[in-house]
Ligand binder design. Sequence first.
Ligand code: ZN
Length: 147
Amino acid sequence: MAMSQISDEELLAMAFDITKNSYAPYSGFPVGAALLLDDGTVVTGCNVENASYGLTMCAERNAVFRMVAEYGPNHKIEACAIAGRKAAPCHPCGACRQVLHEFGCKRVIVESERPDSSGTEDNVTLGAPESIDFEKILPYAFGPEDL
Ligand SMILES: [Zn+2]
């Protein structure tokens, strides 16, 4: 989906929305991610678990792989918003940080603490977005520029 101007709030809301498609029967912890690409396109992903637990894939990496599958490998990621259906904030795991770095991710957007009286799981008021520079998320990163 191409969008001209999208706010951090909107990107975070799209990350939360895609948690409805998560497959998380083992952890019970649906997570969604929304990537904002350099041309304004937004790509979402959700976590997909497996009965063989180790094969589970995170929302962020599913979003990145979907980006490549749908739009090719030449896009850069301006920002990656991450939202958990049941809890906030959801910071990316180490593996996802590395994969996001491969495509030049500049910022990660997480939800700051969710208000207690935020309603039901399906009608939730999200906490404010918190933007974190990628150098802070993954300092001393190893990437394509190091080969
Ligand atoms: Zn991850």
